[in-house]
Ligand binder design. Sequence first.
Ligand code: 87F
Length: 510
Amino acid sequence: MAGGDTKNSSSNAKSRKKKEVKKETGLGLSSKKDENFGEWYSEVVVSGELIEYYDISGCYILRPWTMSIWEIMQAFFDAEIKKMKIKNCYFPLFVSPSVLQKEKDHIEGFAPEVAWVTKSGQTDLEVPIAIRPTSETVMYPYYSKWIRGHRDLPLKLNQWCNVVRWEFSNPTPFIRSREFLWQEGHTAFATKEEADKEVLEILELYRCIYEEYLAIPVIKGKKSEHEKFAGGLYTTSVEAFVPQTGRGIQGATSHCLGQNFAKMFEINFENEKGEKAMVWQNSWAYSTRTIGVMVMVHGDDKGLVLPPKVAAVQVIVIPVPYKDADTDGIIKACEATVETLIKSGFRAEVDFRENYSPGWKYSNWELKGVPLRIEIGPKDLANQQVRCVRRDNSSKIDIPMDKLVVQVEEILANIQQNLFDVAKQKRDACIQIVKTWDEFMEALSHKKMILAPWCDEEEVEKDVKARTKGEMGAAKSLCSPFEQPALDEGTLCFASSKPAKKWTYWGRSY
Ligand code: 87F
């Protein structure tokens, strides 16, 4: 709480003053990323116009600035899965309690999060209806109906939809909200080999979304038995890291469900030999959480920082008129600049608002995270150039009008790469390799993402959780990276001192 429990009144007054300034101008953040991360985040998602708070806790309005990011990622992913012959569909939002119960064993831990409709008007429903927290139980009865013979396989469906999980702990926009948007893919195959292959193909698309679109480094790996989706055979994920909080965050998951759901929902087929067989299934999802990770990783004390690949506006053009300058000429140059950029495929806009000063506009578009600002004033006009200012590192570059397109393209590509490089540098600086429990506890206290040799036993993971329980939350395994460093003969588990089987990332997490 800013000012809530500060010790001296002068700092209280300072923070009040800051907030007043902010109120008057609508500009500038009152919290700093490194000083009060939680408040900074809440402030930046609202001031950056991504979300608006709503009068139901844990629910947020996604504003156009958010939706355009979501739609760009959606366009990429949707086109990629279509290349894989996955088709889109839409199943209902509501689940009848009887099918939900079918998944009883796996849903047990999740049950408190399921939201129910119990009334229509003032009348109690005869049978309450659940709202989907995920769609296995909604979809699989129909997979059972639609799949008869091997010619019906593979069945590969995806849906873009909302889901509801009534979370109780500390709701956070994008990261932990009670309703969120995602895609959920549900596929069924004749063989495990086909399922295995798809799990990794989808995981690679998730890596691509994070690394190539959101400029966030992720680690691909396998979840432990304790952390996997209980209903499945194994879970793979991409894991990101937030240096300020020292927390890992699961970016997206791609599960091989094995034949567990096929058993439960009787999803059988007649194979080529005429025998009855069970399908092998996968399910996979990424959600609007991606956007929260982007804000946390790239945002700074001036506000959002959007990677060019996902920014609704990549270039904002701002006229800088002076009293006796050729205002008309400046306006025309701005219009021409935007038109040239748009024609060349950039997402560019010009800010002609008359009731704001250029300085106010600079801050406003910085707050919203636009990657590149172009200023055009009398001097630029005279020199047939424009001034570019990068959001990521504030550097200024004058470029000649006749080289606009090539140079803007180069700068945007450079910003995209630089955001990734800087994020990776910071993430890598937080990775610590440990061999012993003492080193592990030391690294944890320094908010590290810890790579440790592990015996891969569930009891030991539970023990790690219990031994690290506290205010900040327990440490858990994040994933065992597919890229395994060499494990020397005789290496022991950091937690149990039994022989280690693999390197695994550990840390606190969201
Ligand atoms: C909350 C309430 C009820 C997660 C839940 O990851 C059920 C669940 O089954 C639940 N929270 N899960 C696991 C979701 C597994 C799986 N579903 C399809 C995915 C990817 C998309």
